[in-house]
Ligand binder design. Sequence first.
Ligand code: ZN
Length: 963
Amino acid sequence: MTMTTNTMGSAAATHNLGIRADHRRNKRQARALHQFPTAALNGINNQFSQSPVIGLDNSSIQSGMNTLSDFLSNGSSSGVTPNSATPVLMNDKMNSFTPKQFSATSFETPVSMLSPSKSQAPDSYNSPYVQLDFESLTIHDMSPIVPTQRWEDQLVYLTKSYGTNSSKIPPLPSTQFYCHEEDGNCDPRLLASSMCTIPAEESLREATKLPLGLTVQPFTRTIPTEEISVIKLNNSTVTPSILTENYEVGPLRCRRCRAYLNPHFQFTFDSAVICNICNVKMKLANEQVAPIDVDGKRSDYSIRPELFKGCVDFEVPSLYNAIPDKETLPLHYLFLIDVSTRSIENGGCISFIHSVKRSINYIRENQPNCKVAIMSYDKNIRFYELDPSFERCREYIVSEIDDCFIPFNSFFFASTIESQNIIETTLDQLASTIENHMDLHLSDNCYGSAINAAKLAFDTFLGGQGGKIIAQLGSQPTIGSGKVNTLNEKAGKTSLKPDLSFYKDLSKSFNKSFLSLDLYVTAQSFVHLANVGYPSIATSGVVKYYGMFTYERCNFILCKDILHNISIIKGYQAQLKIRASNGLSINKYFCESNNNSDEDPIIPVITSSTVVDVLLKYSDKLKKDTKLFIQAALLYTDINGVRKVRVINTSAPSSSSMTTIFKFVNQNVIMRLMIRQLLLKSHSLDFASMKKSILEDLSSVAAQYRALISGNSNKQFVTADTLMTLPTFMLGFQKSKVMKSTIQKTFNNDRISDYFKYFTMNQSELSYKLYPQIIPLHIPLAGGDLSFYDANYQLLRISVGSLENLTVRNSMSQIVNGGAYLIFNGEIVYLWFNENTNRSLLEDLLGVPATIPIEQIKLVENKLRKTGTRINKKVAETMRYWSQIVNKRYIPLVPLRPQIDSYYPNVIGSILIEDYSMSKMDSLNEFTASINNLSSTKIQNKQFIKTSGNEELDITHQKFVQF
Ligand SMILES: [Zn+2]
């Protein structure tokens, strides 16, 4: 850092690049290591444009997206009707549709297409429709079979929106729905409780045997996709903020519990306000007072979104900055490339460089205030100066990897606009050296030291403000800090946690510096994922592990993954705080950054996929039958450097009726909390006891329900109808790779990669992961089936008459020889077909002539090519629907052919979770029977918790009516 500019300047002038800073503390000198031949430099641009990979410029990203999922969460140019708050129905021949305008705050239910005539209801199938009008169908009436329940739930929300004013259970995470906020409660995709009616005291909660907690997704995509209102600090804006205490102090907050102003703050006639969280009354300053009407509403209610919206952003003053008294900055990115031999050999390195180039293009076009830096590493650490006045790349090489320094003091981070040429030249030259100078490559890699040096660079240039490191790793780190030796490999078989303290300590210091790491592992042999990937998981980053990376198979997917992960970034330097009404407090945030404690977790970089699960506890009894409030406040800096706090509010009634409590359980949040708890116990890899614990938990819930509510029934499986499919999803978890007892070395990476997914998957992704959705394509479909229902291209339509045909359970017995299926597991869409599949169907769908043997059918770039046929359009719309639900820009389409694709056995095993598995795991029937048996035994042995509220059984019906 103290190296003089002059020395560097002259060295650079002589050699242009390849400058080695082989330093001693007192005598830092730079010398040339190698020089790129000018001819190679001149040719590089041509090479790039001819390369099949680099040929994917921005325009082809867009065209690729058109086929699949060209929506962007931050605005779209995909031809979607821009006015998202006005979902007009698609105009088609189903003339029972009456397009109706939907207002922003509520919208009317359009005339239903779903008044099924009784003859439409399939009689062989256990259908509720015979008795029920579809519009009034609730989770309580739905099928206990996951695939059927999914369609039923989607059908319900085709014709109506979800209103947030009552203790209804939110739609399933696999359902796309329009939400209208009521009563100041947010869209449940942002914040949802595991219990929509909260037990009035811990003993009642305990008697349900269910966890009380929350799932928070502060930046998830909601529908309508209107922008979250920003309450500005500055008086000159459209929304003047007299409700800030003053401009230095920030938004109005409760003086006692520090809750933020929200729609449930109660303004009183005596110029005061009462906090909804802790009930403390505060006097308002004169300028904050407004006249109040008979309903208690302020006269300025309608112009202040913070008084009626469930979720708003407040701009906050410098007092709230991540580093006090230091100005906030736009987000900074650092790309870290593994240029060691093994990373180069399998094409991982070159694939990553191409992806970096496209990522930087994306940043230039979409995040123009963000700056970028480039580093690489083998046995040395290499820095690149991105000075816009340079014509050639300047590379500085530091060999003292564990005593690293930054060899220059400007243009480490560079504007993607001003430095566009030098950034491109640097990446081109790097690619050229890799492809043309194989003799120069070094086999050792110092990954641990390199990410440490990346942190040093952030700390040096940005004063600890943090940002995003996007790193690639091509093989096991062999030298420097965090090198992994063979002995460590053994340790990797017995733990999911890092055994090297280097990676744990590094993760802590990353969080302190608001640094997040995304890691792309392009190795072709074992790398110790539990160690090298840990800093990503602990800093809210992602780890992408491609198994045996090959250029042909993975190049396109790698690029899409990186672009996607950049496009979903919403901010950084974030910290989450949950506040709840008196009597409820935080037990733990499930976050590695705070060691799963009750400390407010730091989220160095936050994305639209970020999800935090929170377990609550009772600190006191709650008032019965009152409204309880929950507020999530996320302090963050947006990607342009504006400091804000996102305040998300919801409410739920309390109750002491067990029937009511069970009736309003949100199974999805329950499932997430159960899994997070289990994962905490998973480090020892004692899978037998984990399985036992799953069975024990589920049978305890069933026993409590039977003992306290349903009594002894003749039904085969008795549990609350709100929890009907919980065993199925938990069986899915039990069958996931993280729970497999195999301890082969390579397999262990699959396990750890799977384990990591549970930290990063959002609600919808997890639902599809645990129980993939299978859609048959060879069945007769009605004209409107599998096409978009609304003009915003959000809701996928199926007709009630097709429901039976479209329901495929995840069992081999349901897969028809000669059929064709689309299967989605949250990450990948598989297309299942075999040699008996109707070739006309494949021709219509994929545009492949019947003469091509099925083993030769390829899906180029894992995309569905447009063929213009009906089935092709349906599949394209289904894929887009899925990609929107899981909030992904892109989902690859991959063929799944028995006896042809090498991954077939592995993949099909993870899909057919209802079957008895190869690893001797129960079928769904066996699993359900075990739960029933164990719960019966518990009841017989009186092993259940009685509540004083048992006598309420006879008045429960009346209780329901109150909600
Ligand atoms: Zn308060």
